[in-house]
Write a protein that binds this ligand. Structure first.
Ligand code: G6P
Length: 484
């Protein structure tokens, strides 16, 4: 019999797409929050193993004990993909996650240089955790495998794999912005050299926007001296491609929820709580990059300038807990809550409270119901790689709804129909809120229809297929060059 090579897709990300919870001796799965996870999970679930790949794997660090994992697999769950959790020593992982990832790279890449911590120890842990991933992958990788590494937590990994497996097919995608070289250069010299060389271990490096691609190429040139032309970097022995792949959402999942009975019941109950009031909605992970306090200032200014809207509008603000150990995150929580208290204290009446605040995780049904019931989606990050909330909000509308979107989110490039604002400017935000609230239905519908068409077409499956197709082409291009 002909020996057919197994084609496997191995996705690697810091987080696995779920958490494992244990109650009364039984272990259950709970989906994780975060754009990356929800995007990839949709792909894994909707395209079965009969596709281009014989099997799909997901490798990520475990945030549950090994014992619980063993118990879970003993329950013999079926799944459309195989999972391989990495159990990393807690102290090392904490320095990696709370240190170099989220107190160095995250603030720097989101243009918060004053928040950046420079600590040799945490960089060492970053290297160590990347090395753990590499060691694990090297025991799994077979010829014919396609490896797809995700996000800023694993920037050294492509290079570590390449050293050992020069022929491996490696894709890498960065889900956060790649900053301008003037910002990137602030990293200590050995760190930035290792990061750039680590990324160049991949065959194809994907970003959300054209700007991020350009920033990356410039940094490659400045740090390593390698030349690039258009979107190809010329290393000594091979080429590496960098390109843009704007991440989409699972459009149908959100749009079809407008017809779900459970969501409709929830939506009606929220609606009846607010009777004839207009609803403005926002949801974010707790993060200083999301601009929540600036958004509150914009809303406060709106109430000040437009007394006619008092008692006729509510702002439902949901904040999802995140990275709580890091001081900058905790401080932000305090600032947000103080601000909400101030606005509610100033404007509430006996029958009305302007801001309804919730600090919690939302289930998919609750999130969908809130998206659907909201007359206005107010999404104003100070900096965001893409921002999928903006896309989910639009997909969850039937004919109406107005999106106010920060021009500093990657999503702004594809959503020209939204009311775009500078999130720092409270006058602009306040003005956009007013424009959104008085926009006539036909204009809303027109914008929503155009956006729907685009989001439906460039959905997450399109994104994955596009990336993987280009990865294959890059590999072929490399081979053709070598045989020349
Ligand atoms: C962003 C990052 C993801 C990350 C997510 C949640 O979307 O790009 O890599 O998983 O935030 O953050 P967390 O720190 O909880 O993984």
């Amino acid at each position: 019999m002909e020996d057919v090579m197994q084609k496997r897709l191995i996705v690697v990300s810091n987080r696995l797409p779920f958490q494992l919870l244990e109650k009364n001796n039984s272990v259950t799965l709970k989906e994780s929050d975060g754009g990356l996870v929800s995007a990839l999970k949709s792909y894994f679930e909707t395209s079965g193993p009969q596709g281009t790949f014989n099997s799909k794997w997901w490798i990520g660090s475990a945030d549950f004990p090994e014992k619980r994992w063993k118990k879970y697999i003993a329950q013999e769950q079926t799944s459309s993909f195989s999972v391989e959790p990495l159990f990393i020593e807690k102290k090392t992982y904490n320095k990696f996650y709370n240190g170099f990832c989220n107190a160095t790279l995250w603030p720097l890449f989101h243009y918060f240089p004053s928040f950046v911590e420079f600590d040799e120890e945490t960089f060492k842990s970053y290297e160590e955790v990347n090395r753990h991933f590499a060691d694990k992958l090297l025991t799994i990788l077979q010829p014919g495998d396609t490896l797809w590494i995700h996000d800023y937590q694993l920037m050294l990994l492509p290079g570590m794999i390449r050293e050992q497996r020069p022929d491996a097919t490696i894709g890498y995608f960065l889900h956060i912005p790649f900053p301008s070289f003037e910002v990137f250069r602030m990293l200590h010299r050995p760190w930035k050299e290792k990061i750039i060389n680590g990324l160049l271990g991949a065959d194809l490096i994907g970003f959300h926007t054209h700007e991020y691609v350009q920033h990356f190429l410039k940094s490659v040139q400045m740090v390593t001296g390698y030349d690039y032309q258009f979107r190809t970097v010329f290393l000594k022995d091979r080429i590496v491609k960098a390109d843009l792949f704007p991440l989409g959402i699972d459009f149908d999942k959100f749009h079809n929820a407008t017809r779900s009975t459970e969501v409709t019941t929830l939506r009606n109950s929220i609606r009846s709580n607010f009777e004839d009031k207009k609803i403005i909605f926002s949801v974010d992970r707790l993060d200083y990059t999301k601009g929540i306090t600036h958004r509150l200032s914009g809303f406060e200014r709106f109430l000040e300038l437009h007394p006619e809207w008092r008692e006729r509008v509510v702002f439902v603000l949901v904040v999802v807990p995140s990275r709580q150990i890091i001081s900058k995150y905790n401080e932000r929580k305090k600032l947000i809550e103080e601000h909400i208290g101030r606005v509610n204290g100033k404007y509430s009446t006996l029958k009305w409270q302007p801001i309804i605040y919730r600090y919690n995780h939302l289930s998919f049904d609750e999130l969908s119901a809130l998206y659907q019931v909201a007359d206005v989606g107010l999404i104003t990050p100070l900096r965001d790689g893409m921002n999928l909330v903006a896309k989910e909000y639009v997909a969850s509308q039937t004919t109406q709804g107005v999106l106010i979107l920060s021009e500093l989110a990657g999503a702004a490039n594809e959503m020209g129909e939204a009311l775009q604002v500078n999130p720092m400017d409270r006058e602009e935000v306040s003005h956009a809120i007013h424009t959104a609230l008085i926009m006539d239905a036909s204009e809303q519908q027109q914008k929503i229809e155009v956006l729907h068409k685009r989001l439906r077409e460039y959905n997450v499956i399109h994104w994955v297929n596009d990336f993987l197709k280009q990865l294959e082409e890059t590999k072929e291009h490399q081979k053709a060059q070598q045989t020349r």
